[in-house]
Design a protein around this ligand. Structure first.
Ligand code: ADP
Length: 285
């Protein structure tokens, strides 16, 4: 993991991102990625050697990437690394950088590839110090350039692309709540929609907080209707091409969420050929 984060930094630096945000062509980025990967191999850190899964979650805002990535990370004993969380942590620290970030995030735009690469590298370095093996990434890569950088430095085993009907996505984003004390994530939206083309109804029950969290619920500043719509537009423009990128490499698993967690979780496990053995969650694959 340390090797991967160093390689990401090396790759970003080789691509001209030494803190000045200089643009570079996709070809240069790919070449830098190849050099960085060679450096990883020279240091003898074979990614197949003793590591756990290296998966990516893709999907529109509100689809449930965080929920399913977090459950799988517990089962597979790898960290769930959400770049949105890294951005929100950076936002919470005082100073001009966080003001600059807030301006971008609260308008539904993506922060620069350079900033995200720096935040992610730092997180991977910290994980390496703690002995983390593998990861489930959520919210990264979100642009073709980020996907190229990642491909240049390590092997991604699988990319899970979560899909949900557009009408449900907006309701789910607007229903998101977080407990300001324990950090727990909840959703107050109750979705019950007619099936499409004569298909079954879609029911997604709310995920309500326990009584001790009820009075401490907060809503993300970027979960307003206007900003969510902009984030969806940005997703279609910049992140959908990432789906194509991984589909072309035979790594994309498309998963249409049939409903809420109780209905979707077992089906997702089935699609992944995994078994949830209750308390002792373990992978059968
Ligand atoms: N990989 C990334 N590249 C650029 N910006 C990112 C990335 N990941 C997160 N962000 C920023 O953080 C915000 C919140 O991210 P996230 O929690 O993943 O939101 P969402 O619910 O839209 O999937 C994004 O709207 C974006 O501004």
């Amino acid at each position: 993991m340390a090797a991967i984060s160093r390689a990401i930094r090396a790759c970003a630096a080789a691509a001209g991102w030494s803190g000045r945000g200089m643009a570079s062509s996709a070809k240069e980025v790919a070449a830098a990625g190849a050099r960085a990967a060679a450096a990883v191999a020279r240091r003898g850190r074979d990614p197949e050697d003793g590591r756990r899964v290296q998966w990516v979650f893709l999907g529109c805002p509100g689809v449930g990437k965080g929920t399913y990535a977090s459950r799988l990370s517990q089962m597979l004993r790898v960290p769930h690394i959400a770049t949105g969380d890294l951005v929100r942590d950076a936002l919470a620290s005082p100073g001009p950088f966080s003001k600059q970030l807030a301006e971008i995030v609260n308008n539904g735009k993506l922060v620069s590839d350079e900033i995200i690469i720096n935040l992610l590298s730092k997180r991977l370095e910290e994980g390496a110090e703690k002995g983390e093996l593998g990861f489930i990434l959520d919210g990264f890569p979100r642009t073709i350039r980020q996907a190229e950088i990642l491909e240049g430095v390590t092997e991604i085993d699988l990319v899970i692309n979560l899909k949900l009907r557009e009408e449900a996505l907006l309701a789910k984003c607007l229903g998101r709540r977080m407990c300001s004390q324990c950090g727990g994530n909840f959703n107050v939206a109750s979705i019950d929609m007619e099936g499409e083309n004569g298909g079954p109804r879609m029911y997604m029950p709310p995920l309500l907080p326990p009584p001790q969290c009820e009075s401490k619920l907060i809503t993300r500043a970027d979960d307003t209707e206007e900003v969510v719509k902009e984030r969806m537009r940005v997703y279609h423009d910049l992140s959908e091409p990432v789906e194509k990128f991984y589909r072309a490499r035979g790594k994309l698993l498309e998963f249409n969420l049939p409903g809420g967690i109780p209905e979707s979780w077992p089906k997702l496990l089935q699609a992944l050929n995994l078994e949830d053995s209750g308390n002792e969650r373990s992978a059968a694959a």
